[in-house]
Structures are given as C-alpha cells and as structure tokens.
Design a protein around this ligand. Structure first.
Ligand SMILES: [Zn+2]
Length: 145
C-alpha cells in the first residue's frame, strides 16, 4: 500500500510535468495542433484550446487515431467555444482553465509538502538525531530505524 507522502510526491511531480507540457503547448499552439479521433468523436488541442468534436452524420472523416497538424495562426472556427450544427457539435475549452486547476494544487503541494530527506543517522520521519541509538527504534516518534 502507498503511503500518503508517496502519493503526494507522485501527484506533485505528475502535476509539474503536466504544467510543463501545457506550457510547451502554449508555446507552439499557433503553429501545431494535435487531434485524436475515434469513431464519431475527436479531441483536438491547438490555438490555446481543447476542442471536442462530435459528428452525428457518419464517422469522423479523417483517419482515426492521432494526427499532428500544421496550422495557421487562426482557429478553424471563431471562438464562441460552442457550435452546434446539424451534422456536428464542437465545444472548445480554453486551456488556461485546466492549467489553473492543475497549477494551483501542484504549487500547493510543492509549497507545503517539501520532500524532506533528513541526513544519514537521523530518523527519516521526524529528523531526530539517532547517533548512539542502538535500540532500533526512534525515541522521539517510535519509528523503526
Ligand atoms: Zn523519529
């Protein structure tokens, strides 16, 4: 079973990596887009947005799977963020929204839960100096050494 500190460490670094990925996306998003299509549904990331496209008539016209697109500086649709046509529904979410919801908890974890590594010879839970301790148990917090 994972300890809470380990879960926090994983969450923290996963958040940091995803923030870097979103920053990289922001840097190239007027030149490149990525689309993943499967059946009638496609998810595209580009122009600082994530677009969800659902086609009601026929499957997605392009090849399923991942497609990398070289794009121009303007999105294919003006951005009211939601378009409903007889054949297709497109919804767009500005990427700063998931970025904020990702960056805030990540920053919180980095600020409040630093990975404390106590020096060798100290209790790794509470930092108590165990020099000369032969009992095998930390006298301060009871952790087995
Ligand atoms: Zn201790």
């Amino acid at each position: 079973m994972f300890r809470l500190s380990r879960i926090r460490r994983i969450a923290k670094w996963t958040g940091a990596v995803l923030c870097v990925v979103l920053l990289a996306e922001w840097a190239v998003n007027t030149r490149y887009a990525v689309r993943y299509a499967s059946g009638r549904l496609a998810v595209s990331v580009g122009w600082g947005h994530t677009f969800f496209t659902y086609r009601r008539i026929g499957p997605y016209r392009d090849a399923p799977g991942f497609t990398f697109l070289r794009v121009g500086p303007s999105p294919p649709l003006e951005l009211p963020h939601f378009v409903q046509l007889p054949s297709v529904t497109v919804g767009g979410l500005p990427n700063w929204i998931p970025s904020v919801f990702l960056a805030l908890p990540t920053a919180y974890l980095f600020y409040f839960f630093r990975d404390r590594r106590y020096p060798r010879g100290h209790c790794q839970r509470c930092g108590y100096d165990l020099t000369g301790n032969v009992s095998g148990v930390c006298p301060e917090c009871g952790r087995a050494t």
